[in-house]
Design a protein around this ligand. Structure first.
Ligand SMILES: Nc1nc2c(ncn2[C@@H]2O[C@H](COP(=O)(O)OP(=O)(O)OP(=O)(O)O)[C@@H](O)[C@H]2O)c(=O)[nH]1
Ligand SMILES: [Mg+2]
Length: 400
């Protein structure tokens, strides 16, 4: 699963990406710094199961840092989007091509209102970030509308002449955009559109359909960036009150803290509300920057927000849970004796048997039952797994 970092130019998308992945990418205070998208690996942070079991673990596919498990996930830093992108304006084509492959979106906005719709710097507080939110919704809707409407006459012919089903045609047509049948069914239902009379649908119906499909298939969280600047807090509050899911954030603060930590200047755990200065010989400027971050960001918002956005994008928008497979439920180890080596991200609602299939087809096929390492109780094949569960699969041909 991939999450795309999107928004107009110059809002801090690449800064967010760099802070989340520690990859060095171009960051600058002008529009279209990023032209080609950046792909990278960021991490979700959860309380590691090693803490509840009080064991020392040997992580394999993830990292355990001071009792927190960091799980790798893929994120994409997209080129900036400007009005008219759906008609190819700016870097519209590159941008929208990346969005196809995204399962969810992080919409980075400049919450300080210091950049206009094209990403040019303006006096802070003069641009309304609500416009940015509306504009992204509009661009994505019109992009999808264009795709659907391009062969709408052909679609209608297939329905009327070949008696094909509209939902099936749309599913086939839109699968490359990760738009699936449940998305289409819920969109049509929400809009109360009658699929048997699709031939009579107006342009406006197709635009509304595109809007609903985008909402259903590309769930979105707003990273209200540049929270270290004035006006940001009010703007983030305003968006939240309008019903948007908003996390206050300062990508620049997170990037600075992670770099300072890597250089040994400070001790900082990602997503935390504090850091400790380690070096006594920091320059006056370095000390000042760290104090600004402490006072304007950490003290006010209790974190830089970057980790919270990452976790919410995957756990809430994509509805994933983390499950640890083990071979020995007593020692929590795999066949090599490694303790809690792996953690898998799976859809919420994944049953014990489905989890066995995710680990290995053989294990799914020969599944007998599972054991929850917390209470050592048996779990039947239909039983959905809990977030954070440590699970042993018992199969006829025991192999794991
Ligand atoms: N004050 C403040 N500035 C930030 C923050 N995050 C990013 N910036 C600045 O915003 C400017 C744009 O940052 P980028 O990360 O290049 O923005 P972008 O959205 O990737 O821009 P494009 O690639 O042009 O679309 C740079 O000057 C950053 O230093 C933040 O949290 N606070
Ligand atoms: Mg960029």
């Amino acid at each position: 699963m991939q999450v795309g970092i999107v928004g107009k130019p110059n809002v801090g998308k690449s800064t967010f990406f760099s802070a989340a992945t520690m990859k060095i990418v171009d960051i600058a205070n002008y529009p279209f710094t990023t032209i080609k998208p950046n792909h990278g690996i960021g991490h979700l942070k959860i309380r590691c199961a090693c803490r509840s079991f009080d064991v020392t673990d040997n992580p394999g596919n993830s990292i355990c840092l001071n009792g927190d498990r960091l799980i790798p996930v893929e994120i994409i830093d997209c080129a900036g989007l400007v009005p008219g992108a759906w008609q190819g304006r700016g870097l519209g084509n590159q941008f929208l091509d990346e969005i196809r492959k995204a399962d969810a979106l992080i919409h980075v906005i400049d919450a300080s209102g210091g950049t206009d719709l094209e990403g040019r710097q303006v006096k802070i507080g003069t641009h309304d970030p609500l416009e940015d939110v509306k504009f992204l919704e509009h661009e994505l809707t019109m992009w999808l509308y264009q795709i659907i409407s391009r062969d709408w006459p052909k679609t209608i012919r297939r329905i009327e002449m070949l008696k094909e089903n509209l939902i099936d045609i749309l599913e086939e047509r839109l699968s490359g955009l990760l738009i699936k049948k449940p998305h289409i069914l819920s969109a049509v239902k929400n809009l109360e559109l009658n699929t048997s009379s699709a031939g009579g649908w107006k342009e406006d119906d197709l635009i509304r359909l595109a809007g609903e499909l985008i909402k259903a298939s590309k769930p979105l969280i707003i990273a209200a960036n540049k929270m270290d600047l004035p006006y940001s807090e009010e703007n983030a509050k305003m968006l939240r009150e309008m019903g948007y899911q908003v996390v206050p954030c300062s990508a620049e603060a997170e990037l600075t803290l992670r770099r300072a930590h890597d250089k040994g200047f400070i001790d900082y755990n990602v997503g935390e509300s504090t850091f400790n200065a380690l070096k006594t010989d920091l320059t006056e400027d370095q000390r000042k920057v760290l104090e600004i971050i402490r006072n304007r960001v950490l003290f006010k918002f209790s974190s830089t927000g970057v980790q919270e956005v990452m976790n919410k994008a995957f756990f809430q928008l994509l509805k994933l849970i983390a499950v640890y497979p083990v071979e020995d439920a007593e020692h929590l180890s795999d066949h090599k004796g490694r303790i809690l080596p792996d953690v898998f991200l799976v859809p919420d609602g994944t049953t014990a048997r489905q989890f066995a299939y995710i680990i290995h087809t053989d294990l799914g096929e020969s599944f007998l039952y599972a054991i929850d390492a917390h209470d050592k109780k048996r779990i039947g094949e239909e039983h959905p797994l809990k977030n954070g569960a440590v699970i042993k699969i018992v199969a006829t041909k025991a192999r794991m």
